[in-house]
Design a protein. Structure first.
Length: 80
């Protein structure tokens, strides 16, 4: 998959503001976040995956990956 900075991922995939989401003016985004003890996730093994992205060059725990993604969305939407 593509390697994004968390903020770059948020800017590329998530609506620019929460108001856009409330008014229905943008498409919906669903993140499927998973973790594995060993190995890696492949699109061939999981046909529901449309695009695969990474937010780090290194293995992350599920909690760390979610923290990076949601932190970037909060930053983009100006949530303190």
């Amino acid at each position: 998959g593509l390697l994004y900075s968390p903020l770059g991922l948020a800017k590329a995939l998530v609506p620019a503001s929460f108001e856009d989401v409330e008014q229905g003016g943008s498409s919906q985004v669903c993140f499927v976040i998973g973790a594995m003890a060993a190995g890696h996730v492949t699109v061939e093994d999981h046909p529901y995956i449309e695009k695969m992205f990474s937010v780090s060059e290194y293995p992350l725990s599920g909690a760390s990956a979610i923290n990076r993604i949601l932190g970037a969305i909060e930053h983009q939407w100006g949530i303190v």
